[in-house]
Write a protein that binds this ligand. Sequence first.
Ligand code: ATP
Length: 273
Amino acid sequence: MMADSPPVTQEREAVLSVRNLTVAFGEKVVLDHLNLDIYRGEILGFVGASGAGKSVLMRTVLRLLPRRSGTIEILGADYDKVSEAERVTLDTRLGVLFQHGALFSALTVKENIQLPMREYLDLPKWLMDELAYLKIELVGLDADAADKYPSELSGGMIKRAALARALALDPDLLFLDEPTSGLDPIGAAEFDELIARLRDTLGLTVYMVTHDLDSLFSVCDRIAVLGQKRVLVEGSLDDMLACDDAWVRSYFRGKRARSIERPAAPAQNPVSD
Ligand SMILES: Nc1ncnc2c1ncn2[C@@H]1O[C@H](COP(=O)(O)OP(=O)(O)OP(=O)(O)O)[C@@H](O)[C@H]1O
């Protein structure tokens, strides 16, 4: 680097920034001044005990639940400070895969994928058909899945079809609520690979609520743990292993975790011969 060139700063761009978020149902406070950032291009694994508030956080960010206080910024824009039209645009930047797929049973796969397009875009039918087939291919389904109803699909195919719908509007940030639950280990590993591939090819940012240690170990770049109504610890797997919290310890260092083969850590200071 030339002596007089400016220092290179690699600021990570936060796609989602949550600050001091408090959510309560009556007297019951579920999230209390929670802070969280998700950076562009990462796959963030979000874990926490059952009932800790993982779904509540996701639903609050998606504006499906009201918050008591705090700010939510998507792509640098504060939800509370933008116009309704801008808010709708922001909504299209978010794709969501709900826990049980949540496809409409009376609609075919193609029609399910086209729902967000109908809601937000004004496109001719031929173009919507073409886009739906593109998404179907993207998630690894055969083209003939397009005209099938959800009841005609396996669990793994339903997840993929729901993922295709979540990708309908080419979102920046993809929310996945326990995407591998209900899949067998091979189906789950394939789904994880698909998510990693989509991140790499589409430049997606992924927020993945999961209980699946395999997913956390294999595809997540960073992990955040929800506990005591806030993000208790966040960082790499090593940060989780170094954490002293009892729940984090038993989760990441328990018998189940020990039985999983972790990806080899890159060699530190390799010795040259
Ligand atoms: N609409 C609601 N009204 C009242 N309480 C709610 C509502 N939604 C969630 N809760 C409460 O908020 C708490 C957090 O629930 P949440 O579903 O977010 O947990 P979770 O971490 O996603 O759990 P799991 O891993 O079991 O899915 C729970 O105690 C739940 O009962």
